[in-house]
Design a protein around this ligand. Structure first.
Ligand code: ZN
Length: 276
């Protein structure tokens, strides 16, 4: 009789047998780097007290209508985030993931709903990342002029954090001179230009064609915006779900590590070393 396998030994075996690692990351991935968690209005308003005082919810400010109504306020929010993500140092879990993937024939591919650019910052190749909701490090015209998307480099937002307002001029569209916005898929957003994300998706599809036995490590992906979870489950590979929440609906065969992203990655990394 075989004893029920220790889940960590099983994960280690999966990683020894795989030829490609898929990292599927949601908002929980950034928490260990010190990034704020916007879950629920309380968490969001704690991070942006000026929006709390004005009772502006996340869904209202992360909205193209906010850029129409009050670009200085919308850019107060996004400018603060852009500066924050630029100075954030990705936690150690990013490097551990790279170590886990280093010996694999196909390496790793990242699928993330995060717009913070932390995987690139941690050294993951641009060509191996799909940012399904876009990136704050890229801009586009509010009106979507010519389908253009350009890098936010050179735009250094100065923000009055007390009032959540951009000081100085917002970035402008080079074609029409109108206010530019982040190339992020927002709420009620019909003007988002998906060009970058579509090119990244083509890269992912091509990569997947050459990977026979993918392992998916899903990190901090919630149920409210289930894009990352759905993707992770759609692969049909071996799935490790790392999430501090309870998991009553865990897909058959998947393994749940109930903890934060960094702790979960470190646990998987240690198991791989121990069972090598
Ligand atoms: Zn324009």
């Amino acid at each position: 009789m075989n004893p029920p396998a220790d889940p960590l030994a099983r994960i280690a075996r999966w990683l020894r047998e795989t030829d490609g690692l898929i990292v599927a990351a949601g908002a929980g991935m950034g928490v260990d780097s010190g990034l704020p968690d916007f879950r629920g209005p309380e968490g969001f308003w704690r991070a942006y007290p000026a929006l709390g005082r004005a009772h502006v919810r996340f869904e209202e400010i992360a909205n193209p209508a906010a850029f129409e109504r009050d670009p200085a306020l919308a850019w107060g929010f996004y400018g603060h985030r852009l500066a924050l993500y630029r100075r954030t140092v990705p936690h150690r879990g990013f490097a551990l993931l790279q170590e886990i993937a280093a010996g694999l024939r196909g390496g790793a591919f990242v699928f993330t709903s995060n717009v913070d650019g932390q995987f690139q910052k941690a050294g993951f190749a641009d060509a191996r990342i799909m940012e399904v909701h876009g990136s704050i490090h890229h801009l586009q015209c509010q009106r979507g002029c010519r389908g253009a998307v350009w890098c936010a480099e050179g735009f250094e937002p100065q923000v009055d954090e007390e009032a959540c307002r951009l000081l100085g001029e917002p970035p402008r569209c080079p074609h029409c001179g109108g206010v530019a916005r982040p190339n992020i898929l927002m709420f009620g957003d019909w003007a988002w230009i998906p060009r970058r994300t579509e090119a990244q998706e083509a890269g992912l599809v091509a990569w997947l064609e050459h990977v026979r036995r993918p392992v998916v490590i899903e990190l901090g992906a919630g149920e409210n915006v289930p894009t990352v979870r759905r993707f992770a489950e759609s692969i049909g590979g071996r799935l490790v779900r790392i999430n501090p929440q309870a998991e009553p609906m865990l897909p058959a065969g998947a393994i749940h590590l109930r903890c934060g992203a960094l702790e979960g990655i470190a646990t998987v990394h240690a198991a791989l070393v121990r069972h090598r």
